[in-house]
Write a protein that binds this ligand. Structure first.
Ligand SMILES: [Zn+2]
Length: 271
């Protein structure tokens, strides 16, 4: 009986080990960068439901960060730290949102504000005031993107900062160099003209191009200080920009709080 119970326990532990990596040594010294997309409940028919995080989960995750001593920063804060203007807090975290959905204004912004935290949204310039035109509606229904007045309000509040996610959300690794340059340079310039601030951060659509040296070089040449991939993990701090784009932690709609904690402490929750 005891043997059978022990075997059961071992099997359960093996199951948990296959699903989670809590037994791995904790990562140290890096700056976690969270990657969200949409906050709220996934619409019926969405095949990308895992990219929707409910408001309740998002609120819990922010509370966990605060409770564990993390302080959210913006790209500009990171830039200022690199320039020696103002040091980073002891446990910095970047909370990023890809694409620029209107639900970031309706649901993420109030919760960040309530928690006294900051976030950064990567915008697809030409889709603002419109919809997610790059998606196949069979995968994800049309969604409203942020309006320029919402973007301005959030930028002025100091709660949200904005980076570029190109003009049209195309796959940069598959584009000719002149179009890659246009996507990078034009979106940066237009964001700066509209918001009157330096566009410091850039995220590669689909993470594509982040590991293609010529695309990364084009992002550097366009003047972005920080470029972000979708490779799972926590980049060390100080970040070695010669080595690779900043890694991020994908926060999924079906993550438990254990997943969230493992992401933050281990750089990965799942296999
Ligand atoms: Zn995207």
């Amino acid at each position: 009986m005891i043997g059978a119970l022990a075997a059961l326990g071992a099997a359960a532990a093996a199951g948990a080990s296959a699903r989670w990596n809590w037994w791995r040594p904790a990562a140290s010294g890096g700056m976690p960068t969270l990657m969200y997309h949409k906050i709220g409940d996934a619409p019926p028919g969405s095949r990308l439901a895992k990219l929707w995080v409910t408001e309740a989960d998002f609120r819990r995750q922010l509370a966990w960060l605060k409770g564990n001593g993390y302080e959210s920063i913006t790209f500009a804060d990171w830039r200022d730290a690199e320039k020696g203007i103002k040091p980073l807090p002891g446990k910095p975290v970047l909370i990023t949102f890809d694409d620029g959905y209107m639900n970031n204004y309706e649901r993420a912004y109030p919760l960040l504000r309530e928690a006294g935290m900051k976030g950064c949204v990567f915008l697809v310039y030409e889709t603002m005031d419109g919809h997610n035109a790059w998606h196949d509606p069979a995968d994800e229904p049309w969604l409203k993107m942020l309006t320029w007045s919402q973007i301005r309000e959030m930028a002025d509040s100091g709660v949200m900062e904005f980076g570029s996610h190109t003009m049209r959300h195309r796959d940069l690794a598959a584009l000719p160099p002149d179009q890659v340059r246009w996507e990078l340079v034009e979106s940066k310039k237009r964001l700066e003209d509209t918001l009157g601030r330096e566009t410091v951060g850039f995220a590669y659509p689909y993470g594509s191009g982040a590991y293609k040296p010529e695309v990364r070089a084009a992002a550097r040449a366009a003047g972005y200080r920080f470029d972000f991939s979708i490779k799972q993990g926590i980049s060390p701090l100080p970040w070695d920009r010669e080595k690779e784009a900043v890694r991020r932690l994908l926060i999924r709609g079906d993550d438990t709080m254990l997943d969230f904690r493992l992401n933050l402490t281990r750089g990965r929750a799942r296999f």
